[in-house]
Write a protein that binds this ligand. Structure first.
Ligand code: SF4
Ligand code: SF4
Length: 314
């Protein structure tokens, strides 16, 4: 599921959760109709296309089989099939509006990851290091399809999002325009919210890495290796997962060591190498103190100046 369709069909509200507990198939039928209306609105498809879209959706075996076996399904299975059903409505709705409205939704929700085709944007200075950040291999990210945290199988270099939201920093909200439109990254050029397969195919392709960008800078590349060894996201991941399994605070001790190494290397980059703070999220990836938040942990300092990892309350 693409991020666009994820956003368009995010109908997993309390009402929907309640629906999954209902054994009445009529509740399912009316919920699909209501969800279709909401999806059309979110995708800026004219409301008068609703009947046409419902005819298409309700005529498919996906819908009919789901409706006919509704009473026999467990709530978890209903939830899983519901996502597929919503995805189909999204696809059907997009097919009614196969062009860009320049609404800017895609630029407001997430920033693009870079691909090898984008290397010249960095080399030419259109994108500076301060405009980028790195998600390192092994970092936990949310899978849009399963909703589960998964560890990244490879590194991603992305445009930094605006603080406090997920908007791309090159997006001009008032004009609904892109400040680097002529030079926008490949992912933005591929983005067609009515055709999510294009972006899904791109997602499978090779990504640009820090090593591609920093090729030739032997000193920095060597320091990146040192950072990877001393602040391994994989080690942090293993220790934190053990902590969540056992509840033993001592399992977090290695993570505190990794956090301290991360801090030391970051300080080395600014104080000894003269690198700007704003470049560090690209050069060294996000601070480990930020990464651990995905595991519902945060770093706190006590009165003696000792750092601890504490759980983030829901
Ligand atoms: S591709 Fe065009 S229509 Fe679709 S979300 Fe982006 S700006 Fe809006
Ligand atoms: S670079 Fe431009 S097109 Fe791409 S997400 Fe940012 S504002 Fe949108």
């Amino acid at each position: 599921m693409s991020r666009d369709s994820e956003n368009a069909n995010s109908t997993d509200t309390a009402a929907i959760r309640e629906l999954f507990q209902s054994d009445n198939r009529n509740d399912f039928v009316s919920a699909v109709r209501m969800a279709a209306g909401r999806i059309l609105k979110s995708l800026h498809v004219e409301e008068d296309r609703l009947d046409e879209i419902l005819n298409e959706v309700e005529g498919r075996s996906l819908y009919q089989d789901f409706r006919d076996c509704w009473e026999d399904l467990a709530p978890e299975e209903r939830s899983r099939k519901w996502r597929l059903q919503m995805e189909h409505i999204v696809q059907t709705a997009y097919a009614c509006r196969p062009y860009c409205l320049r609404c800017g939704d895609c630029c407001s929700r997430v920033s693009p990851s870079l691909h090898p085709e984008d290397l010249d944007l960095v080399k030419s200075g259109i994108l500076g290091y301060a405009d980028l950040y790195t998600l390192r291999k092994g970092e936990p990210v949310l899978n849009n399809i399963t909703g589960a945290l998964e560890n990244l199988s490879g590194e991603l270099v992305k445009l930094k999002e605006n603080p406090g939201n997920r908007q791309c920093p090159f997006y001009e909200e008032q004009e609904k325009s892109c400040r680097i439109y002529e030079h926008r990254p490949l992912q933005c050029r591929t983005q067609e919210c009515w055709n999510p397969q294009a972006l899904e195919k791109l997602w499978e392709k090779e990504k640009l890495t820090r090593r591609d960008i920093l090729k030739g800078d032997a000193e920095i590349l060597e320091l990146l290796e040192v950072h990877e060894q001393r602040c391994s996201t994989e080690k942090a991941d293993g220790a934190i997962k053990k902590y969540w399994e056992t509840g033993e605070a001592a399992e977090l001790d290695p993570v505190l060591d990794l956090l301290s190494q991360d801090l030391i290397i970051r300080n080395f980059f600014t104080e000894r190498l003269g690198r700007g703070e704003e470049e560090l999220d690209f050069l060294l990836g996000r601070p480990l103190s930020k990464v651990v938040e995905a595991y519902r942990l945060k770093v706190e300092k006590d009165e003696q100046g000792t750092f601890h990892l504490v759980q983030i309350e829901d």
